[in-house]
Ligand binder design. Structure first.
Ligand code: AP5
Length: 222
């Protein structure tokens, strides 16, 4: 028998490297990446009803109301590809209420990863972040400059990446993180995210491989 696919949650302050690590995790483990930030930004640029509701909250660096985000996430998680390949949930839950919503419908990850990075580094990472408007690839003006002049010319800055807004996003994260962690304390793994991205990924890779192996072994016993 085949074991059930991996279910992973990744959390961490703004710019702790969630998006960067998710790209590497997807490459290796083939999970469906569900980023609430990316989903919301897509709704905003498509001008949908959800996007119009979310827009001002996001621009201000505050949280979008729980019911909007929860409906979006549960719909995405219940799609066939996520059930088949497993999922990697990035940026959700972000409040105790959101964590409870998932518990209520019995959606639970196998592992809860938290990327830990000091505040002053987070601010620098946000302010220096640039996104490729064509591929969505994540760059940083100092840490990961674009490879070519062509890419450089099409880089964009997120409207919520100013120092002031990053500080308020960080504050909101801190207010919520403990309550969320309490829901997942038995499967929580804190990782030092203030190291080169390949080093951080190596640790995540080991953890996920172990969880995957445990699931296979468990299936064999059943
Ligand atoms: P979201 O898009 O989730 O933003 P976030 O949590 O603030 O996270 P970021 O995308 O800023 O950072 P990241 O951790 O992915 O870091 P990255 O890899 O890019 O949410 C945006 C908004 O949407 C929220 O404010 C809210 O309004 C709304 N929203 C989303 N989810 C919601 C929810 N559940 N409920 C309500 N509202 C919600 O890296 C950052 C930078 O650092 C990059 O430049 C990168 O190149 C660099 N970097 C990465 N790793 C390293 C490394 N190891 N060393 C050096 N530099 C690195």
């Amino acid at each position: 028998s085949i074991s059930e696919p991996l279910k992973v949650m990744i959390s961490g302050a703004p710019a702790s490297g969630k998006g960067t690590q998710c790209k590497l995790i997807v490459q290796k483990f083939g999970l469906v990446h569900i980023s609430t930030g990316d989903l919301l930004r897509a709704e905003v640029s498509a001008g949908t009803e959800i996007g119009n509701k979310a827009k001002e909250f996001m621009k201000a660096g505050s949280l979008v109301p729980d019911e909007i985000v929860t409906a979006m996430v549960t719909a995405r998680l219940s799609r066939e590809d996520a059930k088949e390949k497993g999922w990697l949930l990035d940026g959700y839950p972000r409040s105790f209420t959101q964590a409870e919503s998932l518990e209520k419908v019995q959606i639970r990850p196998d592992i809860y990863i938290v990327l830990d990075v000091p505040d002053e580094i987070l601010i620098d990472r946000c302010v220096g972040r640039r996104l490729d408007s064509v591929t969505g690839k994540i760059y940083h003006v100092k840490n990961f400059p674009p490879e070519t002049e062509e890419i450089k010319a099409r880089l964009v800055t997120r409207p919520d990446d100013t120092e002031e807004k990053v500080k308020s996003r960080l504050e909101i994260y801190k207010q919520n993180s403990q309550a969320i962690s309490s829901t997942y304390s038995n499967i929580m793994n804190k990782i030092d995210g203030n190291r080169p991205k390949e080093v951080v990924f190596k640790e995540i890779d080991l953890l996920l491989s172990q969880v995957q192996q445990d699931k296979v072994n468990k299936t064999k016993l059943e």
